[in-house]
Design a protein around this ligand. Structure first.
Ligand SMILES: Nc1ncnc2c1ncn2[C@@H]1O[C@H](COP(=O)(O)OP(=O)(O)OP(=O)(O)O)[C@@H](O)[C@H]1O
Ligand SMILES: [Mg+2]
Length: 504
């Protein structure tokens, strides 16, 4: 028997994968009507623990109790039927199907005609409309998932998890692509769930969210549960110390470089897509970090993807080192010394079945050919180890498939990929999304080193502290238009927000 004070108890859970002990005797207890934050560095075991609960992985040892009763879910369907639902860290929808089919996948409403059963599309449509209305979300049921922005796709996942009326809802980094407005919307939904007695397990690397929304915090490190405490007894520093096991009073390194000559000039850039970026002009200097701020939907990703040759340009010019150039494809961009770390790592960043070695070196292979045109595998290996070590990528071996790494560690491999080329102009789109505090600092150091050596960095970010802490200047977009550029001295959360939302 178990204690009814808790709605969920996971006791002494252990789980190993080849070469890693992902969970080591973890005990986690969750109260009803509370938000329980789960924190820890990349690879600490947070997602694995939740996947054991959700029936996606079978723990090697340990017991799970729901409402005091021993449970053992064999599949996610099993978990859902028992009132446990989960928002996954990586988007897991079917891109070519409509929103409504994604929402009711595997539990479609049926209507019976004689002996036959058919999916009741009308009911599905109405149910979706009703759910969206209840959650005050504005997503049409019939549009296909692929056409939605990543933030809207994430919103759909939230709606889906809530629609099961579960008593335990797991949210694994639900806000990684949400705007501030969408985050407060999610928090309203979470508060309603709490009032209904639902327990929410909330995983995030964003410290401010944890203090806003959670009642209790558990911290994991290297597969072990280090501590569980009321959030009110913790602050930023004590939480970080628990997570990384060392003091981290400096969140940003000093950026020493002084910007020099203009290396990139963009003039009047306008997208071929009607509601995208319009007439954007800016300059980037050698040794400069230019931040690009704005709300989700401001077309920042679209803009940098166009500069990298991934999207069409209707008009406008791009100059690199004062020479007008034509960028029609990423190959053109790379040839001209431009690199891009994309925000959507699953969709366009990683090759899930390939190893860490392959994922790291794939953009820089040309630099590793000998006179005969053959690849120098030894040198590749040395370099990929070096860049992954610098970022502290956590993996059993470098031959491991990248899909087996934790979300944050996959992102590190992509950053490592571009460090191998060190393009003259590196564009980073949400470079630290899903990355823990310790590794964020490493990425900031790499940015600082790059610009110190005369390279230039463009950083698209939704995290205000990071924009302010790292950029020489911050350009802000709103609805595809540039609304202003702030110097380091003028940049504050308020001044950025004012330009991003165009209050005046
Ligand atoms: N399917 C798998 N096969 C092999 N190893 C795995 C698998 N899933 C997770 N791991 C390993 O287990 C460890 C814990 O990973 P997990 O995804 O739980 O971390 P996390 O705390 O969620 O990190 P993040 O903050 O980066 O999402 C990592 O070392 C990871 O490489
Ligand atoms: Mg995870």
């Amino acid at each position: 028997m178990s204690n009814q004070e808790y709605i969920l108890e996971m006791k002494n859970i252990t789980k190993s994968f080849p070469g890693v002990k992902a969970l080591d005797d973890v005990t986690l207890k969750i109260r009803p009507g509370q938000v329980h934050a789960l924190m820890g560095e990349n690879g600490a075991g947070k997602s694995t623990l939740m996947k054991c609960l959700f029936g996606m992985y079978k723990e090697d040892a340990g017991e799970i109790y729901l409402n005091g009763e021993r449970v053992n879910f064999h599949s996610t369907k099993d978990a859902l039927e028992h009132g446990v639902s989960m928002i996954h860290q990586e988007l897991s929808n079917v891109p070519d199907r409509p929103v409504m089919e994604n929402l009711w996948l595997g539990r479609e409403p049926l209507h019976q005609v004689g002996p036959l059963k058919f999916v009741d599309h009308k009911k599905m449509f109405n149910d979706t409309k009703e759910l969206m209305a209840k959650l005050e979300m504005d997503i049409p049921p019939r549009v296909s998932m692929r056409t939605l922005s990543i933030s809207h796709q994430q919103t759909c996942e939230i709606a889906k998890a809530v629609s099961y009326n579960a008593s335990v809802v797991v949210m694994d980094e639900p806000t990684s692509s949400l705007s501030e407005k969408e985050v407060s919307h999610l928090f309203r939904i979470i508060r309603t769930l709490k009032d209904e007695g639902v327990a929410v397990i909330y995983i995030s690397h964003k410290m401010s969210e944890i203090f806003q929304i959670s009642d209790e915090v558990s911290v994991m490190r290297d597969g072990c549960l280090i501590a569980t405490k009321p959030s009110s007894e913790m602050d930023d520093n004590s939480l970080i110390n628990l997570m990384v096991g060392r003091d981290m009073s400096h969140r940003f390194p000093t950026v020493e470089s002084v910007p020099g000559d203009v290396c990139l000039k963009v003039e009047g850039l306008t997208s071929v897509v009607p509601d995208s970026f319009k007439d954007v002009s800016f300059e980037l200097r050698k040794g400069e970090i230019l931040g690009i701020g704005g709300l989700v939907g401001a077309q920042r990703t679209e803009l940098v993807e166009a500069i990298f040759g991934l999207r069409g340009i209707a008009s406008g010019d791009i100059y690199i080192n004062n020479k007008k150039i034509d960028i029609k494809s990423p190959q053109d961009a790379i040839k001209n010394g431009v690199g891009l770390i994309t925000e959507d790592r699953r969709g366009s960043g990683i090759f899930p079945l390939l190893s860490i070695i392959d994922n790291t070196c794939m953009s820089s292979l040309d630099g590793y050919r000998n006179k005969m045109g053959l690849l120098d595998h030894k040198r590749i290996y040395t370099d990929i180890v070096k860049s992954n070590k610098q970022l502290r990528t956590k993996t059993p071996t470098y031959q491991t498939r990248i899909q087996n790494l934790s979300g944050g560690n996959q992102q590190k491999v992509i950053v490592a990929r571009w460090m191998m080329i060190t393009p003259d102009i590196l564009i980073m789109d949400e470079p630290t999304r899903g990355i823990d505090v310790g590794a964020k600092f490493e990425i900031y150091c790499i940015m600082a080193d790059l610009v110190k050596s005369g390279k230039a960095v463009i950083m698209v970010s939704s995290e205000m502290p990071e924009l302010i802490g790292m950029s020489h200047r911050i350009m802000v977009l709103c609805n595809g238009k540039k609304t202003g550029t702030l110097s380091k001295e003028d940049a504050s959360q308020e001044s950025i927000m004012r330009l991003a939302a165009q209050f005046d």
